[in-house]
Design a protein around this ligand. Structure first.
Ligand SMILES: Nc1ncnc2c1ncn2[C@@H]1O[C@H](COP(=O)(O)OP(=O)(O)OP(=O)(O)O)[C@@H](O)[C@H]1O
Ligand SMILES: [Mg+2]
Length: 221
């Protein structure tokens, strides 16, 4: 298997708190791996995903995407659209908009949304058993349905990687199982690389391996 992500001595210093959220974090993820990320609250898990998604800049250290230096990727929005589906810790859905509108939001700023994108969206909603919620406003959805809407949105461009930040944090155990099973299926069927932050013990049944982040560094196994 090839490396999809490799970080070397990654550090992130937050000016606001004058502290390091990541300290010399070196992690290699192979293409097609399903990696569970665990660690105490505040240990830097979300920060790591945000940096690898190009949403935050590291303070120092190296990042390689498919062994190419990350800083060589000038358009991070395009990089994200083609490679990363992000399931956020706090959903980040617009409550007054429908599920489909939320999925298409990034491309609704254009003059028209291509039919092929709408077809993709509908296909993903169907695979998540959400097709009948397509035109439901997000505020009317249950937590599990919101979670699935987030996953459907993350799948829109059929990304090579999915970053899921505590996707089961707001779910009951059945919905948590369904969500993890679904991500596992994507990993099995399409070899989608998955980085999943969770406190959920069930993750050990789904991920190929678990890494632990403590105080911004990987805990040695
Ligand atoms: N925008 C920010 N400005 C300043 N400090 C921040 C910011 N975001 C995160 N931090 C700090 O960085 C550290 C790591 O935060 P991060 O959100 O990555 O942790 P986490 O492991 O995802 O925690 P949780 O499990 O609670 O989600 C924390 O101490 C947090 O207070
Ligand atoms: Mg977090």
């Amino acid at each position: 298997m090839n490396n999809i992500f490799r970080t070397v001595n990654l550090r992130k210093f937050y000016e606001q708190t004058k502290s390091f959220a990541l300290q010399d974090l070196s992690l290699t993820v192979k293409k097609g791996e399903f990696v569970g990320i665990k660690g105490p609250s505040g240990s830097g898990k979300s920060t790591l995903l945000y940096i690898l998604a190009g949403l935050l800049k590291p303070t120092s250290g190296e990042i390689y995407f498919k062994e190419q230096p990350f800083e060589g990727i000038k358009n991070k929005a395009l990089y994200r659209r083609h490679n990363i589906g992000f399931v956020f810790q706090d959903f980040y859905l617009y409550p007054n908009f429908t599920v489909l509108e939320n999925m298409l939001f990034p491309c609704m700023q254009r003059l028209f949304v291509p039919g092929s994108i709408i077809k993709n969206a509908e296909r993903h909603l169907e695979s998540l058993h959400m097709q009948d919620k397509r035109n439901a406003r997000v505020e009317s959805l249950s937590a599990g349905e919101r979670q699935r809407a987030c996953i459907a949105r993350a799948l829109l461009y059929e990304p090579e990687c999915i970053f899921a930040d505590e996707p089961t944090g707001n779910l009951d155990s059945q919905n948590a199982k369904n969500t993890l099973g679904l991500l596992k299926k994507l990993n099995d069927d399409y070899k989608t690389t998955i980085l999943l932050v969770t406190h959920d013990e069930m993750i050990s049944h789904y991920a190929h391996r678990i890494v632990h982040i403590i105080d911004g560094s990987l805990k040695k196994e």
